[in-house]
Design a protein around this ligand. Structure first.
Ligand code: ZN
Length: 155
């Protein structure tokens, strides 16, 4: 049986085994010392199927849950390209040529551009322009034309 309650300081949801009632624990979130409350109808949660002796004596914490799941994780997962202040950023360009992205029997242009755009970050992109260019194909000695992208960004 588990007792579910919130830390009075930071409102972190805590789950402690009922055997921990009355004992002092440290909130894993804000490190406040708090006392595990008595079990009552509101805070008791029966753990389904879990009756091993070890887990009965062990006080344990659950991973915190939020009303908006994963919100903070998403913000952390997309950091700016560099930890620079906006004022330190310079306008830069990056040219992606289609021929540079061709591998043997495989066209990685879209993947490379996608990677690059994510690296730069949407907020830093000023403009994306298509370009056409000519080049001499080394194997056929022919003059070929191809396309690419010119990305103007802050970074
Ligand atoms: Zn706390």
């Amino acid at each position: 049986m588990d007792i579910v309650f919130s830390c009075p300081e930071c409102h972190q949801e805590l789950v402690v085994d009922a055997q921990g009632v009355g004992s002092e624990i440290q909130c894993p979130s804000c490190e406040t010392l708090l006392t595990v409350p008595e079990a009552d109808a509101a805070n008791v949660k029966v753990r389904g199927g879990d009756s091993s002796a070890a887990s009965k004596v062990e006080k344990h914490f659950v991973v915190p849950t939020y009303d908006e799941p994963g919100k903070s994780l998403i913000t952390k997962a997309l950091p700016p390209l560099e930890a620079q202040k906006d004022g330190d950023k310079k306008v830069r360009i990056k040219t992606v040529r289609h021929t540079d992205c061709k591998e043997v029997a495989y066209d990685a242009f879209d993947e490379r551009v996608t990677e690059l755009l994510n690296e730069i970050g949407e907020a830093n992109i000023i403009s994306i322009n298509t370009i056409n260019y000519s080049f001499v194909d080394l194997s056929t000695k022919q003059l070929l034309s191809d396309y690419g992208l010119l990305i103007v960004y802050k970074g």
